[in-house]
Design a protein around this ligand. Structure first.
Ligand code: ADP
Length: 342
């Protein structure tokens, strides 16, 4: 592993921003830190960049201990949402700035600037004043500037946060392909699940200064480890239940228990693995409270035993039930019911 973070704590007065977080980043890997505002993402980046010192914990790059090493000696690059290009310099000068500071030779600077501008699709833009560029183009200049020195690790803090949705989606795809092409090891901070999943080889889901789950986007989505992660990913059908005689006694009735389940458990009823075609093998009965169209999905709020549950069905399903109608939901317990860690 290249970057290794172990049991890092950081407090500001009585605010415990990082509470023992550990994870690793391998060479060429893109890892995203995903979590709600205030969970410690920026603090963690600051600690890795050397802008903050951890109270305790280890930070290694290969076998080099980074604690106490000033930011400019770490060889890392940072790109923020507020990327602050120099408004009076042109594109080329903005991208060249860090290289000049690091005393590169002029010929190498020119070559490198051309190379990274080509990479971000701005080969013809070198002489343009940055003030004349669109938001998306400025973002690409900022990316070119942070890539130019060839940082060992590139850290990106919500870099697409200020852009509109269409542009964000396009830049997300571009960014991924650029980072891949450069084999750039990267740490990407976002509160946006879609962005995190689209970019990452692995995601670290953060909650209150700790890693709530670490895994590939698929693994995290398919098997959220605990109620926090499930909720954060928009899966809210979570109930406490008790396993007795092969059944989960739950507030919405008795449900089949997986073999390994015992005692008091936290149960997730997945909103996305459900059918209406009578195919079973098990069924839940309820009444539709509301129905909302979300593009490719249609979200149903369903009352089951006085509890409100949410289910997402493909909008292409014919005869989607209307509010007030009774509904029979088909499910396979092995797919739809998941036990969460408490
Ligand atoms: P995120 O980036 O996930 O939004 P932050 O790392 O910015 O979270 O913040 C984590 C917690 O630490 C928050 O409660 C925040 O208010 C607090 N915090 C961050 N920086 C400072 C600081 N310089 N002084 C005091 N509290 C801070």
């Amino acid at each position: 592993m290249l970057l290794s973070i172990a049991n890092v704590h950081k407090s500001y007065g009585h605010i415990h921003a990082l509470r023992g977080i550990s994870f690793e980043v391998a060479e060429g890997e893109i890892v995203t830190l995903l979590g709600p505002s205030g969970c410690g993402k920026s603090t963690l980046l600051g600690v890795i960049a050397g802008l903050e010192e951890p109270d305790i914990g280890d930070i290694y790059w290969d076998d080099r201990d980074l604690r106490g090493l000033p930011p400019h000696k770490r060889g890392f690059g940072l790109m923020f949402q507020d990327y602050a290009l120099f408004p009076h310099k042109n594109v080329q000068e903005n991208v060249a700035f860090g290289l000049l500071m690091s005393k590169w030779h002029q010929r190498e600077i020119t070559e490198r600037v051309d190379e990274v501008l080509e990479l971000v699709g701005l080969a013809e833009y070198g002489n343009r004043a940055v003030a004349t560029l669109s938001g998306g183009e400025q973002q690409r200049v900022a990316l070119a500037r942070s890539l130019a020195p060839g940082p060992d690790l590139l850290m990106l803090d919500e870099p697409l946060g200020s852009l509109d949705r269409t542009l964000r989606e396009r830049l997300m795809a571009e960014l991924r392909s650029i980072l891949r092409q450069m084999e750039q090891t990267a740490l990407y901070v976002t509160h946006d699940q879609e962005e995190a999943f689209a970019l990452a080889d692995r995601v670290v889901v953060m909650n209150q200064g700790r890693a709530a789950q670490i895994g590939t986007p698929q693994a995290v989505y398919q098997k959220p480890a605990n109620a926090f992660v499930a909720n954060f990913l928009g899966m809210s059908n979570i109930f406490q239940g008790k396993v007795q005689d092969g059944l989960i006694r739950s507030p919405i009735g008795d449900l089949p228990a997986p073999d390994e389940a015992e005692g008091t458990i936290m149960l997730l009823i997945r909103p996305d693995i459900i059918r209406l075609d009578g195919s079973g093998p098990k069924q839940l009965q309820g009444r539709v409270l509301s129905r909302s169209f979300r593009g490719s999905l249609c979200r149903l709020e369903v009352e089951i035993q006085s509890h409100s549950l949410t289910f997402d069905l493909p909008s292409s399903v014919t005869n989607l039930p209307r509010p007030g109608e009774s509904i029979v939901l088909d499910y396979d317990p092995t797919e739809t019911l998941q036990i969460l860690a408490q």
